[in-house]
Structures are given as C-alpha cells and as structure tokens.
Design a protein around this ligand. Structure first.
Ligand code: UGA
Length: 445
C-alpha cells in the first residue's frame, strides 16, 4: 500500500488527508503545532468545516488516518508526501514560501526511500522546479525524488464536498512515473484527471482564482454603476446569466471578496507578472475595485450620519463568507476598526465567527448571541456576511428593535419588497435605496 503523508494540517492539508483516507488510502498528517495535533488525535477538527469532524473520526477508527508532530518518523519511509502548508502574502504582495522550503528541507534531510513530493499549496510558477532542485541538493540519503504539482480547488465551507466531488484534478508532472503514481492515488475519486506540465498546473490555480476574483470585481463595478444610473443589479445579473457563456455563478455583488485565497492570489500573480516585466492590467483592476468596495457601506452610511461617534451600531456577520469561522481578509475587520476609531459602540453577532473575532478584538466590541440582541436600541446596522440566520430574519425585527432602523446590507440578503413592507431605511449593493418616510425624519445629520 502506498504510504501517504501530508505536510501541514490546515484547510488544504487536513481536508486532503481526510478525503484521501476516505477514498481508501492510509494517511498520516504532520503539523508542527502541537495543540492542533493534540486536538486531532482526540478526533476534533481545529477548523469548522461541514462534515470534516465526522470523516476524521470515521477514518481514525478505521485505522486509515493518523496525526503526528514527528515529521522525521512520518517522512522517512513515505512513498508520497503532499505539501499543504500555507503560502501567505509578503508585505509586497508576493507569495511567502518559507513553509514550503522548511518542509522541503525536512523532507530532504529525512527520507530514506524513493519519494514523490506533491505540492498542493498555491505556489508561483516555477516553484515546483525550484523545490525539486532544492530537495535534491539537500538529500542525506541516496534516493530518487521527484516533485509534482497538484493544486487544490476547494472552497471553505464546502471543502469536503469540493474534494470528494471535485470538478477536476489537475496534475503537473514531468515524468510518466509521477503521472502513474498520482493517477492511481486519485483513481477512487472517479473525477476527470487533467495531466499537464508543472508550470501549467501552477498557472491553472492562479488563473482560476484570479478569474473568479475578476468576475466578482467586475460585477461590483457594474453594481456601483447601477446605483448611479438607477438600474438594479439583480435584474441585470439575471438578464446576463441566461447567456450560457456568462452563467449565473460568482455574479453576486457585495462588499468585495475576502478570505485566505483571492486577495493573496490576485496580489501574488500581479506581483509575479511585474517581475516578469508584464503588467496584468485586468488583475490589477480587480484588486483596486476590491479595495474600494470593502468600504462601500461606510460611504453610504456617512451620507445619513454626520459621525459615528457615540452611536450604537449593530453588526450582523463577521466572517469573510458564510459556512466558515475564518476571518482572514474579512471586510468586517477594517470596517469595525474604522467604527471603533470613530468612537462608535459596536454590538456584533455571528453564528460561528465570534470566538475567532475575539482574538482580533478581545475588547471594544460587545458580542451578542442573537441578531435581535445586537439590534436592540441600535442607531444603525451593517450586514457584512450573508449567513442563513441573517437572511431568514423577519425584516420587521429591524423596525421593532432598533432606535432608528437604518440598515446597510453589504450582501443583498433581503428583497427590496420585504424592506419596503418592513418600513425601514434600507440600502444594499447595486439596488435602489428603500426609504421609510417615518424613519427619514429621524435622520441624525
Ligand atoms: C476560493 C475558490 O472559490 C476556490 O475554488 C479555491 O480553491 C480557494 O479559493 C483556494 O484558493 O483555496 P474561498 O476563498 O473558500 O474559495 O471562497 P469563495 O466561496 O470563492 O469566496 C471568496 C470570496 O468571494 C468571499 O468573500 C465571498 O463572499 C466573495 N464572493 C463570492 C462574492 O463577493 N460574490 C460572489 O458571487 C462569490
């Protein structure tokens, strides 16, 4: 049986490891964070991801999945080592490959057995080539090593489903042997396997993420113009989506894309293209539109309120998107910073993200258990994440609970008809403003 080891038990590594075990392989996940491994050894996932905990326990019980901090023991006789370590953003926007090279050095110094190293982490074009040379240069034993690229396309909140039912598996290899090993590993998944060069595989990942980011920024740009010319973005996207070449996915306007991938991957590709002497104008535009879009609700609220100082502000939704407790690049963070700096009192609700948000703001924000509690006596409300718990609220609650029901919705959670019927002042993205006559009289400017 192929001995598979995963380096890095974060989103990518952990989900990959668990799903490979679910597909029938024997897998060991390695991470240097002891607390994380201790939790996993008890069958508890350190991240919130639907279905993940169940699969961890199931495969541990079936003796197909184990966790360790002892990388030497895990790597030494591995047949295949997947790298799922983080590649965060450097100050200048480039990708930070420190974790990749640390793992590569540990692998080189430890393996006593021929091994295929598979890079799952998102890395700039040419990294697979460089890592292969690096490992070969640092080998301590006479063994054969090859590096293959196998980018992942899972989205947070649907990571298990995306892995078990992926649209495609991309494999970048430079030898028939590596192709065969990876094809055999992925055979049980029964998904289309696309084999190509390592550099093309690396590029597929960036190009896919940057295209999706561009799609979001484009629709946000159009939504902003809709507001200026009196059109409704929902009607516009519906009209566009009937063209199969455009489709109806990733056309939801909002306060910009966040998370650990799009912001980092757009900047990394833009940085890399400049290094190569080419300006990737479309990606640059996507980044610029997104930066501005984050503060779109503040701009709207400032037209109604001269200052936020001393106001009670309800914030519904903290995470960068629903279905995850991840706050990386969440628009809520810079917006709440701005509100607190201006002396507002912030009362926040999020169904899952509060514990993580407390690490960002241990003080200064009041965390509430329900949207109703956050809205109690509030002067205005911002909606930053489209959680089901928020989208399914009866809009009358805003009128009943708030002191002055001014609602700024960054994710178009509610229909304009509902907002009108609720008698509140409601502003969203790319759609006409709803004004409630009785409320407008109370404007505090
Ligand atoms: C993204 C990609 O969707 C995955 O395919 C990819 O594998 C992953 O990055 C990665 O590189 O690891 P993720 O960051 O989890 O996944 O989240 P998405 O669901 O793509 O959403 C990203 C951001 O775009 C969120 O802030 C979301 O609110 C925003 N978004 C998404 C919109 O504003 N409008 C949309 O129509 C769709």
């Amino acid at each position: 049986m192929t001995k598979i080891v995963i380096a890095g038990a974060g989103y990518v590594g952990l989900v990959t490891g668990v799903c490979l075990a679910e597909a029938g392989h024997k897998v060991t996940c390695v991470d240097f964070i002891e607390d994380k491994i201790a939790l996993l050894e008890k069958g508890i996932s350190p991240i919130y991801e639907p279905g993940l905990n169940e699969l961890i326990r199931k495969n541990m019980n079936a003796d197909k999945l184990s966790f360790t901090t002892d990388y030497k023991n895990a790597y030494c006789d591995a047949d295949v080592i997947f790298l799922g370590v983080g590649t965060p953003e450097n100050e200048d926007g480039s990708a930070n490959l420190n974790f990749i090279y640390t793992a590569a050095r540990q692998i080189a110094e430890t393996i006593t057995h021929d091994c295929l190293v598979v890079i799952k982490s998102t890395v700039p074009m040419g990294t697979n080539d460089k890592v292969e040379v690096f490992i070969k240069n640092h080998l301590q034993h006479k063994v054969k090593v090859e590096v293959a690229s196998n980018p992942e396309f899972l989205a947070q909140g649907t990571a298990v489903r995306d892995t078990l039912h992926a649209s495609r598996i991309v494999i970048g290899v430079e030898s028939e042997q590596a192709k065969q090993v990876l094809t055999a590993i992925y055979a049980p998944f029964n998904q289309p396997i696309l084999t190509m060069s390592r550099r093309s595989a690396e590029m597929v990942k960036y190009a896919s993420n940057d295209f999706l980011a561009l799609k979001i920024s484009f629709i946000n740009d159009i939504a902003n113009l809709c507001e200026a010319v009196g059109a409704n973005i929902e009607e516009v996207t519906t009209g566009m989506s009937y063209d199969a070449r455009i489709g109806d996915k990733f056309l939801n306007p909002g306060i910009g894309y966040g998370g650990s991938c799009f912001p980092k991957d757009t900047k990394a590709l833009h940085w890399l293209s400049e290094e190569e002497g080419y300006v990737l104008r479309t990606v640059k535009a996507a980044i610029e539109v997104n930066e501005k879009q984050k503060f779109k609700l503040m701009k709207k609220a400032r037209k109604d309120f001269a200052s936020f100082q001393g106001l009670k502000i309800a914030v519904l939704g903290l995470t960068f998107k629903p279905g995850t407790d991840d706050l990386r690049e969440a628009p809520s963070i810079p917006n709440i910073r701005l509100l607190l700096n201006e002396g507002a009192q912030v009362y926040a609700y999020d169904p899952i993200g509060v514990e993580n948000f407390k690490k960002v703001y241990p003080t200064g924000v009041v965390y509430e258990e329900t949207p109703e509690e956050a809205l109690e006596d509030a002067d205005l409300c911002f909606i930053f994440t489209e959680w089901e718990e928020i989208k399914t609220m009866d809009m009358k609650v805003f009128r009943e609970k708030m002191k002055t029901p001014f609602v700024y919705d960054g994710r178009n959670c509610f229909s304009l008809t509902e907002a009108k019927a609720a008698g509140i002042n409601y502003q969203s993205i790319g759609r006409p403003e709803v004004k409630a006559a009785a409320v407008v009289e109370q404007v505090k400017v």
